[in-house]
Ligand binder design. Structure first.
Ligand code: DGL
Length: 273
């Protein structure tokens, strides 16, 4: 059987925040990053559309030889993962796998929050799916989960305005909304992979005693653990340390911003889904 890279998918640039930690912790593997920038944001789209777009991306990554795809996108994990795992994968070549980012995050929240008051900041799609409420309550049933959707944050990142003055207003707006809903929160999860790009501004407005959780390391550790438990998948993975990038947008546009988020220059190719 041919070995292949790990596929990492997001609606746009956000998944790069996950890819960065995965590559830092597992540099030996090969990766293909796919950003559907031309159709981002996904956060305000319907269940059916997010599912359809995500399935197209997953199939493209399988076609490029990836036996394993990480949905480095909370919205896609919330709206498409279950359907893909239960309906689409069984009809495909055996052994292909798709993993998301919500379950691994919910699994560690119990160890991070001291008082069980957790805040979720995510896209409208992620928040309205109530996926975090459900996953956290399975593992930590006595926790109180309070969520706020931040529809302006992804457009700020996708349009390279994350460091601009305009972002300050919207960062304070959603953080304050969350803390007004539950002033007892001791942990806030950045439940959208784009949000770590706004982290410096978020950290400034969140009171110091509240932890702000980014998902990159959590997802990377969970992937390492998955591969330890699934040697049959681990053996199917290429280990030449190469990472390739694909976008549904104009490659030049992607290149400029991606290099900023990854602190390195990347070479990206266009792909049609
Ligand atoms: N980065 C994605 C997430 O984690 C989706 C953002 C979007 O396209 O709205 O939810």
């Amino acid at each position: 059987m041919d070995k292949g890279p790990i596929g990492v998918f997001d609606s746009g640039y956000g998944g790069l925040t996950i890819l960065k930690d995965i590559r830092r912790m597992m540099p030996e593997y090969s990766y293909i990053y796919l950003g559907d920038n031309a159709r981002a944001p996904y956060g305000t789209r319907s269940f059916d559309v997010v599912y359809q777009f995500t399935l197209e991306a997953v199939k493209a990554l399988f076609d490029m030889g990836c036996p394993l795809v990480i949905l480095a996108c909370n919205t896609a994990s919330a709206k498409a993962l279950r359907n893909i795992q239960q309906t689409d994968l069984p009809a495909m070549e055996p052994g292909l796998r798709v993993l998301g980012v919500i379950r691994p995050t919910a699994e560690v929240i119990g160890d991070i929050s001291r008082n069980g008051h957790v805040g979720i900041l995510g896209t409208e799609g992620t928040v309205s799916s109530r996926s975090y409420d459900m996953e956290i309550s399975k593992i930590s049933p006595d926790f109180t989960v309070t969520s706020v959707a931040c529809p302006m944050w992804v457009p700020l990142v996708e349009n390279n305005e994350a460091a601009g003055e305009g972002a300050d207003y919207f960062v304070s707006k959603y953080v304050n909304e969350l803390l007004d809903k539950d002033p007892g929160i001791d942990t806030i999860v950045l439940a959208c992979t784009h949000y770590p790009i706004l982290y410096p501004k978020i950290r400034k407005v969140v009171p110091g005693h509240i932890k702000v959780v980014k998902q990159g390391e959590i997802v990377a550790e969970s992937l390492m653990d998955y591969l330890r438990r699934h040697p049959e998948m681990q053996q199917r993975l290429l280990t030449d340390g190469v990472c390739r990038y694909f976008t549904t947008e104009n490659p030049e546009k992607f290149n400029g911003l991606a290099s900023l988020f990854l602190d390195e220059k990347v070479d990206v190719s266009h792909i049609d889904l």
